[in-house]
Design a protein around this ligand. Structure first.
Ligand SMILES: [Zn+2]
Length: 388
């Protein structure tokens, strides 16, 4: 399938560079914004701002909102905002057995979602499944889909080639290019944790924060880092380095032979194995967290031990990379809420007493948020013109 021709006519946001582009991005991330605030942020004179924003208003990229009193000048002003009615994006999160897709606005608000099982993991079948999902979501909304993001657990090279995605059984699979041929819009394939980090940076709790880290606790342990407003995107960003950091000297072994690494203590498999032993029956992570909240002592012990280990991990992240804040994300991020006291004890124990407080945000992340992360890579491609 292919999206309609109107979609293909406008595959990037213009202008892509210069002060006009900076105005548009500021308004996208924080709008509506009064002109005086924009001029201050971008160090522009009022005249320059008027001159630069005029073509953006004429083209319909920006719109003027209802008049308000500008606190800076005391005059009535009409703040600038982006026109959110012109563009839509699709983000897809691939797991070993499902494709979960969301349709979003330019500001990454989810307007619809779909999930389908993957009957097999061959690249051809997955491409066709993703294309069908995009077509289905595109038909639901009058805004044309401008770009598509696909997030997966694995290493993705230039041009959307998946270097390796173990759980899909893919090695050196050209995925982004064939998907673009199928859909006729830009398709950005990205590591899922990096996508989530990019989403946090633009539209999440760490938005406008120039230096922060994301620690993902779920089926695996993930780590994303933003330094000087840039997402650190290296080949090793996608191999799960943080997962093998030691967090408990008495913990179990991981498959790579480490004693008490984060992978062996904090993943879904590790948590359910420990809780299953303690409670003498199979349990899910959600159940253990519920039981701990209800005061069940064994579940509380399991949760507090894991949250303490998570605190050790967060402290290490803080010590090595000195972020302004850490976002704990992923399917099991609720561990940081239910075990908050133990998490903070772990952080304190692992930090120099002279160190500043390390704020920890908790973002509960289900498939919808993972897919939204992939949509944000698509939005960034559309807005910035670069692939990731
Ligand atoms: Zn390990």
């Amino acid at each position: 399938m292919s999206l309609d021709s109107a979609t293909r006519q406008r595959s990037t946001w213009t202008p892509l560079t210069g002060a006009a582009h900076s105005i548009a991005v500021e308004v996208l991330l924080d709008g509506p914004l009064p002109r005086s605030e924009l001029a201050r942020r971008l160090d522009l004179s009022a005249g320059s701002l008027t001159r630069l924003s005029k073509p953006l208003l004429d083209s319909g990229l920006l719109v003027e909102t209802r008049g308000v009193c500008d606190p800076a000048s005391g005059r009535i002003t009409r703040p600038l905002d982006v026109d959110d009615t012109r563009d839509a994006f699709v983000g897809v999160k691939l797991t070993a057995d499902t494709a979960h897709a969301v349709l979003t606005t330019l500001r990454a608000e989810v307007v619809a979602e779909r999930e389908v099982p993957l009957a097999d993991r061959s690249p051809g079948h997955v491409s066709r499944t993703v294309a069908a999902l995009v077509g289905e979501l595109d038909a639901l909304d009058p805004r044309p889909v401008r770009a598509v993001g696909v997030g997966l657990g694995g290493r993705v090279g230039a041009g959307g080639v998946v270097d390796s995605a173990r759980y899909l059984g893919w090695e050196d699979v050209p995925f982004g290019g064939p998907m673009e041929d199928l859909l006729g819009v830009p398709v950005v394939v990205d590591n899922d944790v990096l996508s989530l980090t990019r989403a946090e940076q633009w539209f999440g709790s760490a938005r406008r924060c120039g230096h922060f880290a994301v620690v993902v606790v779920g089926m695996g342990i993930g780590y994303g880092l933003v330094v000087h407003d840039q997402v650190v995107d290296q080949p090793d960003s996608a191999v799960g380095l943080l997962g093998h950091h030691p967090v408990d000297p008495h913990g179990p072994l991981c498959p790579a032979g480490h004693v008490g690494c984060a992978d062996a203590v904090l993943t879904t498999g590790a948590l359910t194995a420990r809780a299953g032993l303690a409670l003498r029956r199979p349990v899910t992570v959600a159940e253990v967290l519920d039981l701990a909240e209800q005061g069940e002592p064994l579940a509380r012990r399991v949760v507090d031990d894991a949250a303490l280990a998570l605190g050790t991990l967060v402290a290490a992240v803080g010590n090595f990379t000195m972020p302004e804040r850490v976002v704990v994300s992923g399917e099991n991020a609720r561990l940081a809420e239910v075990g908050r006291a133990a998490l903070e004890a772990g952080i304190r124990a692992g930090r120099n007493p002279l160190a500043t407080d390390l704020p920890v945000d908790v973002q509960l992340t289900g498939f919808s948020e993972w897919a939204r992360g992939a949509a944000v890579t698509a939005i960034r491609t559309f807005v910035l013109g670069s692939r990731r």
